[in-house]
Design a protein around this ligand. Structure first.
Ligand code: CMP
Length: 140
């Protein structure tokens, strides 16, 4: 089915001018970018977005990192978008990411792993709603 997934191009990738390179890969893979903004998350937004990780040892540093500079928030549409994006992203830890994936090719570390993608339909729905009102998504 055609799905929408939520993507973040993280501060490490924005800082290294990789927005275009990542978007080129997304479009080449068949994703349509139907929502996109450059923002700097507030601590509150990041804590809410990553609420499932609250209490984990890396939570505070994750929030600090994700609010440290601008990020690109995106809604990506494609057939099977959620699983498809996870596949081209590669494993969370770039050391384990397959050759040719975004994280293998661009990420610096587990934290500075260049991009985020929703891990399930329920997450995608929740995550999109964190940053995009329906009128800001140009579904086609
Ligand atoms: P992301 O897909 O954005 O979801 C949660 C993020 O936490 C993850 O990518 C990593 O960048 C970050 N993170 C940092 N340390 C860990 C860890 N030990 N396990 C999982 N995620 C981690």
């Amino acid at each position: 089915a055609i799905e929408q997934t939520f993507s973040i191009i993280k501060p490490d990738a924005v800082e290294r001018n990789l927005i275009g390179a990542i978007n080129a890969r997304l479009e080449a893979a068949g994703f349509v970018i139907v929502g996109m903004r450059l923002i700097q998350m507030t601590v509150e937004q990041a804590q809410n977005f990553y609420a499932e990780h609250d209490g984990k040892p890396f939570f505070d540093s994750l929030v600090e990192y994700m609010t440290s500079g601008p990020v690109v928030v995106q809604v990506l549409q494609a057939e099977n978008a959620i699983a498809k994006y996870r596949e081209i992203l590669g494993a969370t830890n770039p050391e384990n990411a397959a050759a040719g994936t975004i994280r293998h090719d661009f990420a610096i570390s587990m934290s500075k792993n260049s991009a985020h993608g929703s891990d399930s339909p329920a997450s995608a729905e929740r995550e999109i709603a964190c940053f995009f009102g329906e009128s800001k998504i140009f579904t086609r």
